[in-house]
Design a protein around this ligand. Structure first.
Ligand SMILES: [Ca+2]
Ligand SMILES: [Ca+2]
Length: 371
């Protein structure tokens, strides 16, 4: 054969098995046999096929479908890719009756709900925010205008780990005879306190396999995550917190650590100012509602004083920068409580901090909307 380079061949891209799940079980559909040919000139391809393909089609680089020249002998189909196909051709040896060749659009997410409460995804993500417990059922409606959805391509993950339909983590219900619309019901059982991303990906059964992806995010962390400091993070900073200093000079020395000796559990947070200019901070972003008043509670002890701040920002500027009154040096674990109003904002953080020499320890820090 003349100048020929077959770079990519995806034979039997959609298997018969995958289609059997994707479309009505009672309606067994033939396999879609297709592959893509990338060639620098005309090409002739011979491949085994169980019978003479009916009405083979070829899509040229301009996405126009044309009949494909093909001969069949001795269990092999030989087809010719003309130079006019333009370098990249898709060959469809047999076109199933149901297949709509004119499909230039991915499936759509037509509905999302959590425990029957409707959600409006923004740019592919529906954010449920903070929840006391995970939703029992997340239901997602998917539809493709042109072709059936390919349930064989369905991938459902929770924080990156695939969920299993066999294990009952989700179920799929076909909402029309052709399988162009589906309802996916994801069952979320008991989950430990954490931030969660449920992700769903599926393609249509078109020649191009157009994909659609949806994320549903929620957090069952308390408003202040890991306020018990029992979970380790990177280095010495506790999980969910960020640690550092917000102002130092050449003499500054400090230590921040999740250390043993918690008021409850095994661990607490230690901020230790040692020398120089000190503004030692441990902070995390919190999901607060503007117009609401919040109460920060916790326990502290140690020879250094300290305090907490709430800083909210919008449009690149501070909206509020609130500091509680200074906590004095105390020998034993002592409760503190600080109430503050929150204005409308884009982001907000809670900061535990000290500007003093010596150690201050924090434990059992919680944040709640005022009743
Ligand atoms: Ca489509
Ligand atoms: Ca603790």
């Amino acid at each position: 054969m003349r100048e020929l380079r077959v770079l990519l061949m995806l034979a039997a891209l959609i298997s018969a098995g995958a289609l059997a799940c994707g479309i009505a079980a009672a309606q067994q559909l033939p396999a879609l046999r297709q592959f893509t040919v990338v060639t620098t000139g005309p090409a002739e391809i011979t491949l085994p096929f169980p019978h003479a393909p009916e009405s083979p089609m070829l899509r040229d680089a301009d996405r126009q479908w044309l009949p494909c020249e093909l001969t069949y002998a001795d269990g092999k189909a030989t087809l010719v890719i003309p130079a006019e196909a333009g370098g990249r051709a898709v060959v469809l040896l047999e076109r199933p009756e149901w297949l709509n060749l004119q499909d230039d659009a991915p499936p759509a997410v037509t509905g999302v709900s959590a425990d029957a409460v409707g959600l409006e995804p923004v740019e592919g993500t529906a954010d449920l925010g903070h929840l006391d417990a995970p939703p029992k059922v997340v239901a997602i409606n998917l539809a493709d205008k042109e072709n059936p959805l390919d349930t064989g391509s369905l991938l459902v993950t929770l924080n990156g780990a695939p969920l299993s339909e066999e294990a009952g983590a989700y179920s799929v219900q076909k909402d029309d005879e052709a399988g162009k619309s589906l309802t996916l019901s994801v069952l979320l059982g008991d989950l430990p306190q954490d931030d969660y991303t449920l992700e769903v990906r599926i393609t249509d059964a078109s020649v191009d396999r157009w994909p659609v992806k949806l994320r549903v995010t929620f957090s069952t962390e308390p408003l202040v995550a890991n306020g018990s400091f029992e979970r380790a993070g990177d280095e010495k900073c506790p999980a969910k917190w960020s640690c550092g200093d917000w102002g130092s000079d050449a003499e500054t020395k400090y230590e921040i650590a999740r250390t043993e000796g918690g008021r409850t559990g095994d661990y607490c947070l230690m901020l230790h100012g040692r020398a120089g200019k000190l503004n030692v901070v441990c902070y995390q972003y919190v999901d607060l509602i503007g117009g609401q008043t919040y109460v920060l509670r916790g326990y502290h002890r140690g020879a250094a004083g300290g305090y907490a701040s709430m800083i909210s920002r919008a449009g690149g500027k501070d909206v509020q920068y609130l500091n509680m009154s200074r906590l004095p040096a105390v020998k034993d674990w002592t409760p503190f409580e600080w109430e503050f109003p929150v204005d409308e904002h884009e982001s907000a953080m809670i900061v535990l901090r000290t500007t003093s020499k010596g150690q201050i320890y924090f434990d059992d820090v919680t944040l709640a909307a005022k009743e």
